[in-house]
Design a protein around this ligand. Structure first.
Ligand code: PLP
Length: 392
């Protein structure tokens, strides 16, 4: 007889999913009710307000797409890009490349603005691309590039887009709840995120928000959105307004209890306090890595506090280190992706997992494994350096 599945207990310090707050798991185990039950609809209304708080926006449309971050990305592209539309896409890592794919699959023409992996998007290049393509209708970029740990200046990029009469599509999968994001104040138009990073919820939901001018464009499309499931004109029959709700798909009821709880936790902490906490833990981790002799891929000033990409010391077996951390310490850290595969480790300090205990635990475990393997690092100093950083 096959037995029930009992996963091992890990500490998740990779690029996501991050450790789920036990309050969220408890919320998800509450009784399932109908997706049109008045009590559930009341919870959906609260969820919209909580998402507006998390995104720092006052847009009418703020809702979770019933699928992971990639579906939030597709929601933005399939609803806003029409066949023949020109879209300026910034790429400085893996996820800008996925945006390009999305534009092409929606029948649009991507104009790429490339920056080296590890660097933020260069606003001057974006300005030049928009000047050279006055018919571009959208600027798309990743706020927090999880593949490298680089943070781009969303406020400046959105300001440039507005001057060129473009809407913005912004990936905030890794930034939401972890670093400063002010959707309304910065004038971002179509913004998507994920439940499993700094919200510390289970994976599988994608919060999105659309400005009124983005929604106008969706309403006035000349072609039908080619995806039935993601067509906002239909989805909003269920999530939109505060009046009558029509069946669109069966919402993932218990997963939504979890996201609601995650957002309640964020509201309790205060979003600005959450940003400061992420920064503080990043500073301590950084002090430890630097004491050990590991260097950051991203230049100072553009580093994401929730995703720390550090170079693997010469001659060290990347996969062996990660598997020893998993086996000996139940600790998951991330491998490099794409162009950085085999060159970096990605250490996440996301949401619930961004805490002092994890910082000290990760540094201690990595120090022990690398020292045991004879790696060229400064041994035995990382934890003390991080501890000192908390005192400063
Ligand atoms: N965008 C970014 C920046 C991401 O980091 C991820 C996932 O890691 C995604 C999009 C896709 O999200 P998901 O894996 O939830 O589909």
């Amino acid at each position: 007889m096959t037995e029930s599945f009992h996963p091992p207990r890990r500490t998740l310090m990779g690029p996501g999913p991050s450790d789920v707050n036990p309050r969220i798991l408890e919320a998800m185990s509450r009784p399932t009710i109908g997706h049109l039950d008045p009590a559930f609809i009341g919870m959906m209304e609260e969820m919209k307000d909580l998402l507006r708080y998390a995104f720092q926006c006052d847009y009418d449309l703020a809702m979770p797409v019933s699928a992971p971050g990639s579906a939030g990305m597709e929601t933005c592209f399939v609803n806003l890009v029409e066949p023949g539309d020109k879209v300026v896409v910034c790429q400085n890592g893996v996820f800008g490349g996925r945006m390009k794919e999305n534009v092409e699959r929606a029948g649009g023409t991507p104009v790429m603005v490339e920056d080296p992996w590890g660097q933020p998007v260069d606003p001057n290049k974006v300005e030049d691309a928009l000047k050279a393509n006055p018919d571009a209708r959208i600027l798309a970029f990743v706020h927090a590039e999880t593949s490298t740990g680089a943070q781009s200046d969303a406020r400046t990029l959105a300001e440039i887009a507005r001057r060129h009469d473009c809407l913005t599509i912004v990936d905030t999968v890794t930034s939401l709840g972890g670093s400063e994001l002010r959707v309304s104040e910065w004038g971002l138009d179509a913004v998507y995120s994920g439940s499993q990073k700094c919200l510390s919820c289970t994976p599988g939901l994608s919060p999105v928000t659309f400005s009124e001018r983005a929604l106008e464009r969706v309403r006035n499309r000349s072609h039908k959105v080619q995806s039935w499931f993601l067509d906002l004109n239909l989805v909003l029959g269920y999530w939109g307004g505060d009046g009558k709700r029509a069946y669109h798909h069966t919402a993932p009821i218990n997963a939504l209890y979890g996201l609601h709880e995650a957002l309640v936790i964020l509201e309790e902490e205060g979003i600005e306090n959450a940003w400061v906490r992420h920064e503080r833990n990043h500073e301590a981790l950084r002090a430890g890595f630097e004491a050990m002799g590991l260097s950051f891929v991203v230049p100072e000033g553009a580093r994401l506090p929730q995703l720390n990409a550090v170079s693997i010391p010469d001659g060290v077996d990347d996969a062996l280190v990660r598997s020893r951390l998993l086996e000996e310490y139940n600790l998951e850290i991330g491998a490099g992706l794409g162009a950085l595969a085999g060159k970096v480790w990605r250490i996440g300090l996301m949401g619930h997992a961004s805490n002092r205990t994890n910082v000290l635990f990760c540094l201690g475990a990595l120090d022990a494994v690398l020292t045991d393997m004879g790696a060229p690092i400064e041994s035995g100093v990382a934890v003390a350096a991080a501890r000192d950083a908390y005192i400063d």
